[in-house]
Structures are given as structure tokens and as C-alpha cells.
Design a protein around this ligand. Structure first.
Ligand SMILES: [Zn+2]
Length: 548
């Protein structure tokens, strides 16, 4: 009978109970402590982030007779009667948005507060006020009576005219984090004696998209339905939500190139009326996790690329999907296109070499779409980069040693120091312009350089191989960035330590280094698969740079 929905019951009644808006709370408390209260505030931010609740708490604290450290005392007459205080006037602008209402408001503000310090107007959905009404309000905001404070809340700050904004102190409320919501839900369920698993609470926190009101109302609904412990399944059933199990199955089907499973899962989601945005967001997170598993796995680098590219494509298409009556049709096509690409690759060996160009073109188109930044690179360059990548090539030890030799041949300290500096900036450049190669050059260092050659080191041998596979692309991007034409080669820090030692011994013994013809380019062009496979076995079965 007396049931109060959780959202109302647990509405914060002082600053200490407001979740996730620490900065705003701190600033408002300080303004009360220092008695520097302005006459107009605007609270903007997504729904359910606490704008109205904060406005109410602020209004209560402003009028509190014994506020302590910027917080309401909750004991004085003003605090106790807060909910019925005639001097705090709430207006819903969605339904009171015309000139007449504003005129009424303007008349009412001239009347002094009945028994409080301030008369406080809380205007919700403020952006809904008509232009005329905005204009009528402008003068009032310019020179309001000293006993009046306006607190305006809006979910759409863009619609509020700049002339109004410039007269208000503005606070932007941020979406609450999943952790913020989770801890709060946990607290509420305990107080309400609601039995629910952490897994289910996590799910509610996640899908409520930063809004506490939605989260609490889901908890409310679940609580009404069941008399046993509420599980993740209940949450999914209630919301037509996609289960983690479904996402896991889908990721597996994508990795296994299982077309039928993918189609079936998508059809099922569509039939259940699952929110496609929730589904895509979950899938993106899963793809990220899966992709990272394959990142340094040289045998499965194609899977890493596939998952990464699919992830980027979904991120890019997310917004345009909302214009479709059935986004799942397109989602299915997107997912299946990644299966096709892979199958084409598998059939590659059986196809004639002329068809290779066609496929590279396709892959190139795909890459361009996903990584727009790459469009800066000339078509030809991209093609070559793809060739290296798509053939999943391992750079032979011969090539690596050849380049190390050539670098040591004319290595000098000054060049090295220059390049170390430049490399640091280069990584920042790649971060902005060529995300595709970022993961392989991150945490890499220049350790030796001549005028034309340089040695890069990384910690991990797998990363070293990956970087060498894409070294031509890295060189092109580096050239674009620095106008310098360098030939790079990567080895692990451990291997370089050995190389350096060897170099020192050689210099001591007067062993001369001679510049040799660079093998990298030629080898890439005559890329013979069988030789490459041999090289790969060669490379993995032995210590990559153990000399002699
Ligand atoms: Zn008080």
C-alpha cells in the first residue's frame, strides 16, 4: 500500500548521498561554506545522473539554518519541512513552457519568501521552454531580486540559448560509472533485503548506461516479480537483453568462421527484440578481449586483424544503424563479411596468382573504410603494406642480420640520439594518425642508428616479429612524418645486448663491418610462400639472434 518506488525512496537527501558527481558536489558545498551563492545555475547532463536530486539537495542546504561544512544539518526546521517548503518551487518546463507561465513566474518572484532565506526555483527540462519564454526570462536572470535563486536542469544544453547560459553558473553532470551504479545497487538491495546475485547487479549497472534512475527502476521491477534470488537470467528475460553466453558463442563462431551459427544467433537476437546497441556494445568489448589474446600470437595474427577490424567497423557503423528499421539485417551482413574474407584467404593457395591482386584490392578497400587515417598513405604504399601483412610473412634471420650489419657499419652516437628523440614523437604521431601500427611500435626504442639504418628494440620476441613484418609500412609512415628515409630492423632487447657485445669485441679485434646490399625489399617482392614457411620454422625453432 505504502510502497514507494526505489528511485524515490533512495533519492539523496544530502550531498553525502549523491553518487558519482564528486566535483560538482564539492564545488556546491564550497559555495555554501564561503557563502558565495550565485543567483542562477544550470545543471546539464544525461537523464538519471542526479541533476534534479542535486538541485533539491542544494536548495535544502542553502536554506538550512545550521549547515555543517557545506552540508545540510537535516535537523533544523527548514531541513525537516523541506519537502513541503513553499519557498522551493519546482517547475516542469516540459508542460509549463509558454510565455504566460514565465509571466506568472516573473510575478511570483517579486514576492518575498514566506519563511526562508531564499526563494528557489527548480526548473526541470529547461530546454523545453519556448523561445519567447526564454526571452521573457532573460531580463529576470540579468537582475533577479536578491532573494531568488534559479536552478535549471536540462538534458539538452545545446537547445539553451547562449544568452541564458552566459548568465548562469554551469555544471555538467557526467554519466555514472558501472562501478558507481553497482555499489549503490548493492547497498540498496541490502537495505531492502532483495536477494540478487552480483552478476545480475553488474548487468543492470552496465545496461542502465550511466543513469541511476533506470538502474533502480529495473531493480524495482525484478523485485516485484520474484520471491527467490534474482539471477542474471532474470535480468536478461526482463529486458530482452543479450546474455554473456550468447556473446561468447558469437565470438567463437566468428573466430571459427561458422557462418550458420552466426546467422542463427543474430536471428535469435532479432526475434527476441534485443536492443541492438546493447548487443553491439557488448560484442565490441568481447572482440577487444578476444583480439588481445591473439595480438602476439604469430600463428593467428589473421584472427587478431579480423577481430580488430570488425571491432572498428562496428564502432563506425553504430550511429548509422539507428536509421534502419531492422539493424540486425545489416549487422548480420557485416559479421558474415568477415567470415567471407577469411575463407577467401584460406582458398588462396589453390587460386591462381592473378587473383591475388583482386583480393588485395578488396582487403585494401576494407582497410580504408575502417581506418580512415590510413587514407593519407598513398594507394601504392597501402597495397604493399597489405602484401606484407596478408601473406603473414616472417622476416628471415638473414635479412635481420643483414640490416643489423648495415646499421653497425656506419653507426654513430649523434644519429642515434637524434633518432631516439624523433622516435618518441613518432609514436605520438602514430597514435593520432596510424592507429593500425600503434600496437606494434608502442614501447619500442631506437638503440642504434647510422644515416640510413636503425635498430629498434622491443621486449617481446613476438612483437619483434610483428614489427618486422610491417617494417616497410612503418618506414613509409616514418618517412611521411620525418621526411627521413630510414631502413629499420627490430630485435628484442635481450638479442640486442648480445649483438652489442659482439660488436664491441669485433671493434676491439679490428673486424671491419662492410655495407651489404639490403635484402628486405627484394625478398618482399619475390615472396615465395614455401621459403617463408621454412623461414618461420627456422625462426621459431632457434634463438633468433644467437650468433654462432
Ligand atoms: Zn538544516
Amino acid at each position: 500500500m505504502n510502497y514507494k518506488v526505489l528511485y524515490r525512496k533512495y533519492r539523496p537527501n544530502n550531498f553525502d548521498n549523491i553518487v558519482g558527481q564528486e566535483y560538482i558536489v564539492k564545488t556546491l558545498k564550497n559555495s555554501i561554506k564561503s557563502n558565495k551563492i550565485s543567483h542562477a545555475y544550470i545543471f546539464s547532463g544525461p537523464r538519471g545522473t542526479g541533476k534534479t536530486s542535486t538541485a533539491k539537495v542544494f536548495a535544502k542546504t542553502i536554506n538550512c539554518l545550521n549547515s555543517v561544512d557545506g552540508n545540510s544539518c537535516d535537523k533544523c526546521s527548514k531541513c525537516l519541512e523541506f519537502n513541503d517548503n513553499p519557498d522551493v518551487i519546482e517547475i516542469d518546463a516540459a508542460s509549463n513552457n509558454g510565455v504566460n507561465e514565465i509571466r506568472e513566474l516573473k510575478n511570483s518572484i517579486t514576492v518575498l519568501p514566506t519563511n526562508s532565506k531564499y526563494k528557489i526555483y527548480i526548473i526541470d527540462e529547461f530546454h523545453m521552454i519556448t523561445t519567447e519564454a526564454f526571452n521573457a526570462l532573460l531580463k529576470t536572470l540579468e537582475e533577479p531580486p536578491s532573494h531568488v535563486i534559479f536552478i535549471m536542469a536540462t538534458t539538452d544544453i545545446q537547445k539553451v540559448p547562449i544568452t541564458i547560459l552566459s548568465r548562469c553558473q554551469r555544471f555538467d553532470f557526467k554519466k555514472l560509472t558501472v562501478d558507481d551504479i553497482f555499489s549503490y545497487l548493492k547497498k540498496v538491495s541490502k537495505l531492502e533485503n532483495i536477494k540478487i546475485t552480483d552478476e545480475a547487479l553488474k548487468e543492470i549497472s552496465y545496461i542502465s548506461d550511466g543513469g541511476m534512475r533506470d538502474a533502480l527502476s529495473v531493480l524495482d521491477q525484478l523485485n516485484n516479480v520474484e520471491n527467490r534470488e534474482i539471477t542474471l537470467n532474470d535480468v536478461n528475460n526482463l529486458l530482452g537483453n543479450v546474455s554473456t553466453q550468447t556473446i561468447n558463442n558469437l565470438a567463437k563462431s566468428l573466430i571459427d568462421n561458422n557462418k550458420n551459427d552466426i546467422s542463427n544467433i543474430i536471428k535469435e537476437l532479432n526475434n527476441k527484440g534485443t536492443d541492438y546497441k546493447v548487443f553491439i556494445e557488448k560484442l565490441i568489448l568481447k572482440l577487444k578481449d578476444e583480439a588481445l589474446k591473439y595480438k602476439f600470437d604469430n600463428n593467428n595474427i589473421e584472427i587478431f586483424d579480423k577481430l580488430k577490424n570488425l571491432m572498428f567497423e562496428l564502432v563506425n557503423k553504430m550511429d548509422s544503424l539507428k536509421n534502419l528499421s531492422n539493424p540486425y539485417i545489416v549487422i548480420e551482413m557485416i559479421l558474415l563479411s568477415y567470415v567471407n574474407l577469411k575463407q577467401e584467404k584460406n582458398n588462396k593457395k589453390e587460386e591462381k596468382s592473378e587473383k591475388k591482386e583482386e583480393k588485395l584490392e578488396k582487403a585494401e578497400k576494407n582497410n580504408k573504410e575502417i581506418l580512415k587515417n590510413d587514407s593519407k598513405i598513398e594507394k601504392k604504399e597501402l597495397n604493399l603494406g597489405n602484401k606484407v601483412e596478408k601473406s603473414n610473412k616472417i622476416i628471415s634471420r638473414e635479412i635481420i642480420l643483414n640490416r643489423i650489419n648495415n646499421c653497425f657499419c656506419n653507426a654513430n652516437r649523434q644519429k642515434r640520439d637524434e633518432l631516439i628523440k624523433l622516435w618518441h614523437d613518432f609514436i605520438s604521431y602514430v597514435e593520432k594518425n596510424n592507429k593500425e601500427i600503434l600496437s606494434i611500435i608502442i614501447d619500442s626504442n631506437i638503440v642504434a642508428a647510422s644515416n640510413d639504418y636503425a635498430i629498434i628494440t622491443v621486449d617481446d620476441e613476438v612483437q619483434s616479429n610483428l614489427l618486422n613484418q610491417k617494417i616497410i609500412k612503418v618506414e613509409k609512415v616514418f618517412k611521411k612524418f620525418s621526411k627521413l628515409e630510414y631502413k629499420f630492423i627490430t630485435i628484442t632487447n635481450e638479442a640486442f645486448a648480445k649483438e652489442k657485445k659482439q660488436y664491441a669485441t669485433n671493434i676491439k679485434n679490428n673486424v671491419k663491418y662492410e655495407l651489404k646490399e639490403d635484402l628486405m625489399v627484394e625478398n618482399n617482392i619475390n615472396n615465395k610462400e614455401s621459403d617463408l614457411e621454412k623461414t618461420a620454422i627456422d625462426l621459431f625453432s632457434e634463438d633468433i639472434l644467437e650468433i654462432r
